[in-house]
Design a protein around this ligand. Structure first.
Ligand SMILES: Cc1ncc(COP(=O)(O)O)c(C=O)c1O
Length: 323
């Protein structure tokens, strides 16, 4: 376990671990495979493995090349698997990095656990490491402690942050398998895992994380998460035949739906209008363009959640376009 201080640094560390592993075992690999529409952070390395978009257009000349596999859209999952199989066949890929089950900043795109399990299978066959970026999905967000559990897989490297301290204080952890640890554990100092920061494993942040772990241990957190997940399923029901919305979806405690609008994407005109509309009602909902999503704290009540769904329904009638 290697500590750092943000989701971005946990991913940066994961990439360095993957590359360092192959170098230290004497079989260097240099390619990283990524999933289209992903977001992994805002440092140069993490922007490089994220989707090219408005977030990083200005820094494009500095971003390194990656191999991209398509998002496993419903009914087209095999294309994703085939592409990964093809890019990993020559054994130049050090790692595949994915956001398991839910791609966050890319638009709350959701895919099934069996696809994740298949990706892990292909990775294993070609010796490619699987990095699970659970910065957003970890700590119960998708209904289980970690999203990978739903695919019954164990990644080679796992990134955790946000929920690690209940979102209260910056802390991150990158977890690696014993093989990756051993490749860096040597009397040969050139094999050291070279990453450091003044604030690595900051004691105050670790105390907050321990307090969070105690809450998970002592309070019925899993039950709360199950209740919230059920409330989303019920809450989304009323939008299924609402003409202003499409693609109502939820995975655990994350719910999302797309508002039919003239333009889509992060910079869609509708985004700031929706945000202002909700703020006027005292609600902090941050739309990703025309994508509305709810990722509430686990202590939210049914009444509060209903209020959010009421406001979303109202926003649909006010701003949505009919098909
Ligand atoms: C999946 C994922 N990875 C990485 C990050 C980056 O985390 P941070 O903002 O703490 O650097 C985020 C942040 O939203 C994220 O959702």
């Amino acid at each position: 376990v290697f500590y750092s201080d943000s989701g971005s640094t946990s991913v940066e560390v994961a990439l360095k671990m993957a590359l360092g592993y192959f170098r230290n075992i004497g079989a260097p690999r240099s390619r990283i495979v990524v999933m289209d529409h992903s977001y992994h952070g805002d440092t140069i390395g993490t922007m490089s493995v994220g989707a090219r978009s408005v977030f990083n257009a200005a820094y494009e000349p500095w971003l390194f090349e990656v191999d991209t596999i398509p998002f496993p859209a419903a009914g087209r999952e095999q294309e994703t698997l085939d592409r990964f199989e093809a890019v990993s066949r020559d054994q130049r890929a050090a790692a595949l990095i994915v956001e398991p089950l839910v791609l966050g900043a890319g638009g709350m795109l959701m895919y099934p656990a069996w696809v994740l399990a298949e990706l892990k299978n292909i990775a294993k066959t070609s010796g490619t490491l699987l990095i699970a970026d659970e910065v957003m999905t970890g700590w119960g967000r998708t209904g289980t402690m970690f999203a990978c559990e739903q695919a019954s897989i164990s990644p080679d490297i796992l990134c955790a942050s946000k929920g690690l301290t209940g979102g209260a204080i910056p802390l991150a952890a990158t977890l690696a398998t014993d093989a990756i640890f051993q490749a860096h554990y040597s009397t040969d100092r050139k094999k050291t895992f070279f990453h450091s920061s003044s604030y690595t494993a900051n004691p105050i942040a670790c105390a907050a994380a321990l307090a969070n772990v105690e809450i998970w241990r002592d309070e019925p957190v899993a039950e709360r998460i199950a209740t919230l997940s059920g409330m989303h399923v019920a809450g989304l029901q009323r939008f299924r035949d609402n003409p202003y919305f499409t693609d109502c979806r939820s995975t655990g405690t994350i719910a999302a739906l797309d508002l039919r609008a003239d333009s889509a994407g992060y910079l869609a005109e509708i985004g700031p209008k929706l945000r202002a509309f909700f703020l006027d009602r005292g609600l902090l909902i941050r739309p990703l363009g025309n994508v509305l999503y709810l990722m509430p704290p686990y202590c939210i009540t049914g009444g509060e959640l209903d209020g959010l769904y009421d406001a979303i329904e109202e926003a649909g009638a006010r701003f949505g376009s009919r098909p």
